[in-house]
Design a protein around this ligand. Structure first.
Ligand code: ADP
Ligand code: MG
Length: 308
C-alpha cells in the first residue's frame, strides 16, 4: 500500500479537559475514498482538524504525503484541501474573489483558468460575480468545495459534506467526489450517515468516543459482519429443534413459532435447499419465509453499542 496520510498515536485533550482523541492510528491510501464514520461527538471533526493543521494535537504525529504537519507545515498544507462542516467565509465577497483569494493563501500563483474550471465543475460559473450572501444553501456549500480545490490539493477532506443538504445536491456531491478520485485526488469524508459511507467509500473507518474501533475495506466489512438470515414462519409451534436438524445451527424463536437460519457465505447459502428438504421429511410445514441481510447500519449500531 502507498500511504498518503499516516497518523500515529494522536491524542487531543481540549482546554476543558475533555479528551476528544485517545491514541488514534490511521493510514490513508493514496487515491482512495475513505469514509470516517461515527456518531455525533465521536471526534471526527477534531481528527481531521488535527490532520489539516487547524487543531493542535496534544501528542502524536501526522505525515501528509511525507511531510510532518507540524515541522513541515507549509509543504503539508499545500497538499491538503478542507471543506469544513460550517460555512465561515466573508458574505460580502464575490464567488470569484473568494476562490481566487483562497488559492493565494496557499502561495500559489494566480491561475484564472483553474478557478474558472473549478467554478464550472461546481455549477457556480454563472454566479461568479454574485456576493456570497445571495447564494442558496446548496451553492454556499459548493463554494466551500471550490475554495478547498482552489490550490489544487492532492488530498481533500470533506467534513459532513451532505449533512442537511437535499437529495439532489447529495447526488451531485457524490458524483463530484468520484470524479476527483478519478483525477487522482485522495478523498477523506466524515459522515454520520451510514448510507453515505456505504455508497461512496473504498474503505471505512469507524470512530467512537475518540477511538478508531475498526478500519476495513467496505466490501470486506459488509461480508465479514453482514449476516444474512432466513426465517421460517412455522404452521405449528415446535417444542424444540429436532435432532435431525442439528447440523444447521438453527435458532428457535422464544414463542417457538419461527426457525432462524443464519448464514454468511455462499457455501452456507447453498445449504438452504438441504434444510428445506430436511424440514419436509420431518413434516415441519411453514407458512411463510423471510430473508434479510443486515445492513451497514446495523453493523455500525452493534459496533458502537458493544463498545459502549
Ligand atoms: N473546542 C472544544 N473544546 C472542548 N470540547 C470540544 C471542542 N471541540 C469539540 N469538543 C468535544 O470533543 C468531542 C468531539 O467533537 P467533534 O470532533 O466535533 O466530534 P464529531 O465531529 O465526531 O461530531 C465532542 O464531545 C465535543 O463536544
Ligand atoms: Mg463534526
Amino acid at each position: 500500500m502507498d500511504p498518503i496520510i499516516v497518523a500515529s498515536k494522536l491524542t487531543k485533550t481540549y482546554a476543558s479537559g475533555f479528551q476528544a482523541l485517545k491514541g488514534v492510528d490511521l493510514t490513508i491510501r493514496r487515491g482512495e475514498i475513505f469514509a470516517l464514520l461515527g456518531p455525533n461527538g465521536a471526534g471526527k471533526t477534531t481528527l481531521i482538524g488535527v490532520i489539516c493543521g487547524i487543531v493542535n494535537a496534544t501528542s502524536g504525529t501526522v505525515l501528509a504525503d511525507g511531510h510532518d504537519i507540524v515541522r513541515d507545515y507549509r509543504a503539508a498544507r499545500t497538499k491538503i484541501g478542507l471543506v469544513p462542516q460550517e460555512l465561515s467565509t466573508d458574505m460580502f465577497e464575490t464567488v470569484w474573489n473568494a476562490v481566487t483569494f483562497s488559492r493565494g493563501l496557499f502561495g500559489k500563483p494566480k491561475d484564472p483558468a483553474h478557478v474558472e474550471k473549478v467554478l464550472r465543475d461546481l455549477s457556480l460559473w454563472e454566479k461568479r460575480d454574485s456576493k456570497i450572501m445571495t447564494l442558496s444553501g446548496g451553492m454556499k456549500r459548493r463554494l466551500l468545495i471550490a475554495k478547498a480545490l482552489s490550490h489544487e490539493p492532492r488530498i481533500l477532506f470533506l467534513d459532513e459534506p451532505t449533512a442537511g443538504v437535499d437529495v439532489e445536491l447529495r447526488r451531485d456531491m457524490w458524483k463530484m467526489v468520484r470524479e476527483l478520485r478519478e483525477r487522482g485526488v485522495t478523498v477523506i469524508l466524515t459522515t454520520h450517515y451510514i448510507e453515505e459511507a456505504e455508497e461512496m467509500a473504498d474503505r471505512i473507518g469507524v470512530i467512537n468516543k475518540g477511538e478508531i474501533i475498526l478500519v476495513e475495506e467496505k466490501a470486506a466489512l459488509m461480508q465479514k459482519l453482514g449476516q444474512k438470515q432466513l426465517t421460517l414462519i412455522l404452521q405449528r409451534p415446535l417444542a424444540s429443534i429436532p435432532e435431525a436438524l442439528s447440523e444447521y445451527a438453527l435458532e428457535l424463536s422464544d414463542d417457538k413459532s419461527r426457525l432462524v437460519f443464519s448464514f454468511q457465505s455462499e457455501a452456507e447459502r447453498a445449504r438452504i435447499a438441504g434444510l428445506l428438504r430436511a424440514l419436509a421429511e420431518l413434516g415441519i410445514d411453514f407458512k411463510d419465509l423471510q430473508t434479510r441481510e443486515s445492513s451497514l447500519e446495523e453493523i455500525f449500531v452493534s459496533l458502537v453499542r458493544s463498545d459502549a
